[in-house]
Design a protein around this ligand. Structure first.
Ligand code: AMP
Length: 612
């Protein structure tokens, strides 16, 4: 890892993207592809390829303790170093003593990845800690610096995964199929074909979710072999905000319009009876929604869908209505979901796109075509997923309403006995094709917007019918039009030092609302203020600290802020019993006194209003 670390240092030392990619390309190309593959994964800030679910489960606290121990430093000394350097890897590099036992460069990238796998497989902090301690004991401080950075998930050398893709394209750019022609694009001073196949690299990485495997294929000149793999989630297409209906229609004329549901984005991978759901972070979330796979089981073709999982109202008078995110929240982050919870908060999967079906990758087809394929897939007959289930299925039942017998399988798994159940105890779950409308004037869009809000949804998604699906990119083919955000005036109660370039300033604010005489915290946000404002506030907070807790300071509650957020959730993270979802600091409100900030009552009002 010596050369990995040295290359990282050189990459960190330049701000020029071209230089960064050139340095990285040169390094990657000098390695055998298997080593380059592991190194490329590390440079993208991960110990393991994106698609893998393996995680180290060796968190910051554990690493902190080991670094302190190996360096023989107290907590205070490490805190001081952390404040100076801004990340634990840099701290390790600075405080670890020269290691006479280190066999510099002994760990190649692939060897390090093997060691990471051992750490991931070890059970419990003690076993993991022992392996980490041994590893860090074998390397130089500079190598340790980057090993810790990889473990904490960010190299902080100004290198995004997109630059690693560029470096791979540059390193293997002119390689024709078979890799025989002028490898590396060095022809005519490196200008001829260098980077010429960046698109192929990006596409392979998108499909594989594995920058290492992408490098191997590039080195072999076999990028075109990269294919979509079921159960390996690919990136999600993202939307850009539109200011208004007029603004939205300035990008394309005839828009396809859907409600914007407030739930969790999920990609469903389906093959026969096996159906798995993946989140935007590409983590598998099937466990949280055990009743959903059944609704997509037995499709006649393998398929990958894109959609939103929402909590779905089970009340008869609210048929067809998604509940606010706060309802769905109760379903998240649980290892086991009880049958009771599934009944209380039923989930639905609102599907709005299809990325793959019957062996064909559909992302280059237009949305209009994908929509047609999606309709056919969801409306079609499906093969029942097992013989026992066949007899319980009413033939020809619409996909969107299959909510009875099938789910008894799931209920059984949770100790729920269907034979003892009455109809109103059934767990319902469904897959619903997100309804589409068309709009070509601002008036039409405004009407749809009002209707979406009346249904309790966030607003609209406005999509270009002629657009392809661009994974992982935020373009103008999908636009989101949301309701005016509520804002709250809050008072800052505690502050923390920031990260990276904000390491020396107090830029993370915890803030509160009033409840009579008391102040109750409701959220925490990175400052959205200007650097000058942050500097000024830092000075003020330093002078008005009530309690210095090291990285954090409790401060006099005098500074009023206006914060925006997406919605209010119940939470025991803060003593108000609420938390704001995606809080953003809009501005300082020096014109307001702390006594004038919003109250807990107002927060409750907003919370309750969300469901209406
Ligand atoms: P935002 O999270 O505000 O950037 O908005 C984009 C998100 O809206 C997507 O990632 C989806 O999770 C969600 N969403 C809700 N309804 C739709 C829809 N009909 N089409 C696409 N995305 C949707």
């Amino acid at each position: 890892m010596r050369r990995f670390a040295e290359t990282s240092e050189r990459i960190a030392a330049t701000t020029k993207k071209l230089e960064k990619t050139a340095l990285l390309a040169e390094y990657l190309k000098s390695l055998p592809p298997d080593e380059g593959a592991s190194a490329a994964v590390f440079f993208s800030g991960r110990p393991f390829p994106m698609w893998e679910e393996t995680t180290l489960q060796a968190g910051g606290t554990l690493l902190w303790r080991i670094v302190a121990e190996l360096a023989g430093r107290s907590d205070e000394e490490l805190t001081a170093a952390y404040r100076k350097y801004g990340d634990l890897g840099a701290v390790a590099g600075a405080v670890l003593p020269q290691n006479n036992d280190a066999q510099e460069g002994r760990h190649s990238p692939s060897e390090l990845q093997r060691r990471f796998r051992e750490i991931a497989a070890a059970r419990g902090p003690a076993a993991k800690g022992a392996l980490v301690r041994r590893l860090l004991g074998e390397v130089t401080p500079l190598e340790a610096k980057y090993i810790v950075k990889i473990m904490t998930g960010d190299l902080r050398i100004g290198l995004k995964e997109s630059l690693v893709e560029e470096a791979i394209a540059k390193a293997y750019g002119a390689t024709l199929a078979g890799g025989k022609l002028v490898a590396g694009g060095t022809l005519a001073g490196g200008t001829l074909a260098a980077g010429g196949n960046l698109k192929d690299v990006q596409r392979a990485n998108m499909l594989l979710g594995d920058i290492g495997e992408t490098l191997r294929l590039a080195a072999d000149g076999r990028l075109s072999d990269a294919t979509m793999r079921l159960f390996h989630p690919i990136g999600f297409m993202l939307a850009s905000p539109a200011e208004s209906a007029e603004d939205a229609l300035s990008y394309f004329q005839n828009a396809l319009v859907e409600d914007k549901y407030d739930g969790i984005r999920a990609q469903a991978h389906c093959s026969g009876d096996t159906v798995r759901f993946f989140s935007r972070t590409r983590d598998e979330i099937t466990e949280s929604f055990p009743e959903l796979p059944q609704t997509l089981a037995g499709l006649p073709q393998d398929a990958i869908f894109d959609g939103e999982i929402v909590a779905w109202s089970s009340l008869a008078d609210e048929a067809g209505r998604a509940l606010p995110f706060s309802a769905l929240q109760q379903r998240l982050g649980r290892k086991k979901v009880s049958a009771n919870l599934m009944r209380r908060v039923p989930a639905a999967y609102l599907v709005f796109d299809v990325l793959y079906a019957g062996g064909e990758l559909l992302i280059d087809r237009t949305l209009r075509e994908r929509g047609r394929i999606l309709d056919e897939l969801l409306a079609g007959e499906r093969k029942p997923f097992d013989d026992a289930a066949v007899s319980r299925l009413r033939s020809g039942e619409a996909l969107a309403r299959r909510n009875s017998a099938l789910f008894q399988e799931v209920q059984k798994g949770f100790g729920f006995h269907p034979e003892q159940s009455s109809a109103n105890q059934e767990i319902s779950s469904q897959v619903i094709r997100a309804p589409i409308s068309r709009a070509s004037t601002a008036e039409e869009l405004d009407q749809l917007f009002d209707a979406a809000q009346a249904r309790g949804n966030e607003g609209l998604m406005i999509k270009d019918p002629e657009s392809s699906y661009t994974p992982g990119r935020r373009g103008k083919s999908w636009l989101k039009l949301k309701r005016e955000l509520a804002t709250l005036d809050v008072v800052v109660t505690a502050v923390e030092y920031g990260h990276g370039k904000r390491i020396g300033v107090l830029s993370d604010y915890t803030f509160a609302v009033r409840d009579g005489e008391r102040l109750l915290n409701i959220g925490k946000a990175y400052s959205g203020l200007t650097d000058a404002e942050i500097a000024e506030m830092t000075q003020w907070f330093l002078e008005h600290t009530v309690e210095d807790q090291g990285l954090r300071r409790v401060v006099e509650p005098k500074i009023v802020l206006e914060v925006a957020f997406n919605n209010v959730m119940k939470s025991d993270r803060h003593n108000s019993g609420y938390a704001l979802r995606f809080p953003r600091i809009m501005r300082l409100r020096p014109d307001k006194l702390p006594e004038e900030t919003d109250t807990l009552e107002r927060v409750t009002e907003i919370y309750e209003g969300q469901g209406k």
